[in-house]
Structures are given as structure tokens and as C-alpha cells.
Write a protein that binds this ligand. Sequence first.
Ligand SMILES: *Cc1c(COP(=O)(O)O)cnc(C)c1O
Length: 484
Amino acid sequence: MTVLMDEKLIFEIDREGREGYSIPQSDVVKVSPEEVLKELYRKEEIKSLPEVSEVDVVRHFTRLSTYNYAVDYGLYPLGSCTMKYNPKINEYVSRLEGLAYIHPLSDEDNIQGALEILYKLGEALKVITGMDGVTLQPAAGAQGEFTGMQLIRAYLNDRKDSRKIVLIPDSAHGTNPASAHLAGYSIEEIKSGDDGCVDIEYLEKRMNEDVAAVMLTVPNTLGIFEKNIKKICDIVHSKGGCVYIDGANLNALMGKTKPGEWGADVMHINLHKTFSTPHGGGGPGAGPVVCKSNLIPFLPKPVVVKEGERFRLNWNVPKSIGKVHAFFGNFLVCVRALAYIETMGAEGLTEATERAVINANYIRKKLEDVLDIPYKGRTLHEIIFSDKNFPNGVTTMDLAKRLIDYGFHPPTVYFPLIVHGAIMVEPTESEPKEELDRFTDAVKNILKEAEENPEVVKSAPRNSYRKRLDEVLAARNPKINYFG
Ligand SMILES: *Cc1c(COP(=O)(O)O)cnc(C)c1O
């Protein structure tokens, strides 16, 4: 086992003269490639390519593929990341030749089907969120936030209103302040109350004509629904500001409530979370933005429109903030999302929400006697524990690492920052009860180990490919180039 778990880089298994194939020399063509290609023929040999045989290559990549934890392997409970199982039919549809090989510069007449997919997905997202306009261009949640904040800025500028401040609660997702800052705003934090929700009295006092927007993650990173959301929207609107909703975790809301009905002006949606597109490892994803009618004139262009039975790309959007992605965004991610929405149907999507919430609350219930729950309010799709009462100096990091030995991907840890030693678990709706039980049993076992034999936990992971890494060194002194 240890040999296989220590696969070398492909450059290190290189042996001179090895080839990926061997076929007999042709006895038909008598001219050499050099004669045919003439000055195009490469003069110098390429030195840096590894010389490996077919079996070397196949084994190399097959072994590497087993070093990755995957949602197809087991529970992947990263909070706020929604690592749900992605039905394979969505993959199949996105690989259909007619979709996978479309050239993005094709003539509109030849890609009516693709435009219809984009149009239908946009309409579905509008219905799900209760909003009026949509763009599918942003490639990720954070880019959706940036796009949404640009929309707010363009809308306010158009009214000669140059507000400078965006208010963001301390329980928001970390990308929110970064995106608002990139869009040119100064950020001010709003403290959460003891119930994990926005302090309404504080907001009422702070809200004035300098504030462009309030950016809210709903449910927030404590997994708690912002119970005063309508009141918050009213307060912000009464002073002429906009409400931005971070809807990355729509699988806590979908089919149950619509941000457009609360009074939200703009929100983004993570297709790669809620709408079952594989993610992790950096992409690809999609972070569509939906908005109310007053912001539609500013949406990125081109906009997909339907005229009679035909679909067209409308470039004539004079107040548009411009493009935020090449062509139409990540098209095949949109295909997967529409396949998911259509195979689930409205009832299926609602049931997914219910199950996501039930699964998180099941874990909460099973662990509430052994782990501290800092915010007691009702939680939706994820549950946050703290490291209070951990015995023998065992930390959240130790627990997370030990879970690897039990065959699980660790949950999100040390986030949100307002919870000491936070452990954030989001099981998603696709997990069966048996897998949830395996997980909660593992956590309970680890806590018992922490009492009886803390060294086992502190030195975890013990059975993995790499042992405990020096994360500070990795961040301070990254060595990311083999040749460097
Ligand atoms: C994941 C997430 C984001 C960021 O999305 P990316 O696609 O990773 O950029 C933003 N907000 C919330 C609440 C999230 O869960």
C-alpha cells in the first residue's frame, strides 16, 4: 500500500526511450515527415516531456485519482459549500456532442437550442427567487457578488447618487466584503445579536443616505434564517439603499420562500452548489445574478431574449455594466443546472430543501449532547458547533484531521469567525440516514478518544497519504513549482 500511496510526479517516472504506443513502421509511405513538413519540421527535440509507456500513464493517473476525496466516495460535509451528490444524468446531458462542441462564435441561427437552454434557465431562476431580471455570465459566487454590487453602483450612479458605504454583518460569507470592496465601496461591519441575527435597532440607527447597500447572507453562516428580513429591507429602502442577498446556499430556501418577496433588490445564486454541478478544485462553476426590474437596464450584455419562437442575443443594452465573462458564461454548467431543475421539478426542488434542512437538524440532534452549540436558534441547512468543552487540549483542527482517518472529508473549521473553534457541518439533502449515522458515530468516537487517548487525535491523520501538514509554512513559503 505504501508504495502506491507515494506516487511520483510524471517527470520522475520518465525513462528514456519509453513510448506511449508501438505500431509497425509503415511500409506504404516512403517519404519522411521531414520532407513533407520542410521548414515547419521541428529542428530541436523537446526535452522536457516525460517519456512514459501507456501502462505508466494509466497507472499514474489512476493512482492519483484515488488520492482525492470525492462526493462520489462519501460524505463531504463542508459547511457553506454544499457538496451534494450530482446525479450522473446532468453530466450525461452536458456531454452531448451538440452541446459540448458548440463554438461560442456560432451564428445565432445555428444555436437556437443553446440559446433556449440559457433562456429557460434564466426564467427558472427568476421564478425560484421571485426576481425580474437575470444574467448567467458570472463564473462563480464571488464574481456574482461583484457583478451584483456593480449593478447597484451603476443604478445609483444613474440617479446621481454617489453613496460610499456597504454594511455587512459579521455572520456574512467572507467573499461579501471582498466583492463590495472590489466594486469600490467602503465596508462597515454590523455585529450580530445573541440570536445570530442582525441587530435591528443598530441597523435602524446606522442606516442613512451614505449607505449604498446592505449585503446579507441568508441563511447566514450560522445556518440561521434572518428572521427580520422584511423589516431590514424596509429600513434600507426607506433611506434609498439597496438590499443584496447572498443566495449561494439556496438549498435552504428553494421552493419555500422567495427573496424577491422579502424586498431583495439583487442576489446571486451558486449553480455549482444548489443546482448540482460538480465543484471543488477551482471550478468551473456559475454564479448567476437575479435582480428587480429597476436594475435590469444595467445587466451585463449580451442578454438572451425571446422574440416569438426565436431566441436572440441582445447587445443593445446602453446602460449595461458590460461583460463580466467571455461569451455567455460557463455554458455547460448552465446545461447541468437546467437538467437538474427539469429532472427535479418544482416539487423535487422543494423536497430537496426540506431534506437538506432535516439532515442538518438530524446531525444537530445526534451531537447536541457531546458538542457545544453556540447559537441555540433554529438552524436550516447547516449546523455550527464550537470547541467549548473539548478535553485534554484537543482542538477543532485535531477533530477535523481525525475524521480523515474515519473516512470522511472534514467539515469547514474555524469559520464563521464569531464562533470559537467553529465546526460547520452541511450534510446536504443527498445523504442517506446511514451515512449521517456513520458520521455522528465517528465524531462521538473521536471525542471518546480525546478523553482516553488524546495523542491519537492530536497526531491525526494517521492513515492518510500525507500526515499533518505545516499549514503556516505552506502559506508563508509556498513551493508550487516542481522545477522551481
Ligand atoms: C460559496 C459561497 C460564496 C462564494 O462562492 P464561490 O463560487 O466560491 O465564489 C459566497 N457566499 C456564500 C454564502 C457561499 O456559501
